[in-house]
Design a protein around this ligand. Structure first.
Ligand code: SF4
Length: 125
């Protein structure tokens, strides 16, 4: 069956060894992050977030790092490129350019979270 990232029933059982050969389909899915992730990515400071999370969101949106902020949940949506790729994905290598500082969502998917935990939309490069 062909893998379709939008259809979790087509996903394969997750195997972390596969990640180096994968074309990073998971990095072309929407990624919700928290302020702590954005601080770790050095996109915003602790002081700015402490002063006003809404102003921080406005700044991050203006800079193009996030596409939206959901008031009340404190979740920010990372910006996706027109083809769906994450802003931080290298389009040629299909590798994350901020891997060591990547958000918790990226660290936990798909072993601990996702629409089909334990399965991923991985395909070879
Ligand atoms: S931050 Fe890195 S690991 Fe997370 S979706 Fe973007 S490119 Fe992928």
């Amino acid at each position: 069956m062909k893998i379709d990232k939008d259809r979790p029933s087509t996903w394969r059982p997750y195997d972390s060894n596969f990640c180096t050969q994968c074309r990073a389909n998971c990095c072309s899915m929407p990624v919700e992050v928290r302020a702590s992730d954005l601080i770790r990515l050095n996109l915003i400071s602790i002081d700015e977030v402490s002063n006003s999370i809404k102003k921080s969101a406005k700044k991050l949106k203006k800079l193009g790092f996030i596409s939206s902020y959901r008031d009340g949940t404190d979740f920010f949506m990372l910006t996706q490129r027109p083809n769906g790729d994450c802003y931080f994905l290298d389009t040629r290598s299909r590798l994350c350019t901020v891997y060591d500082q990547r958000p918790d969502t990226c660290r936990d998917f798909p072993a601990k979270l996702g629409t089909r935990v334990g399965f991923c939309p991985g395909e070879r490069k």
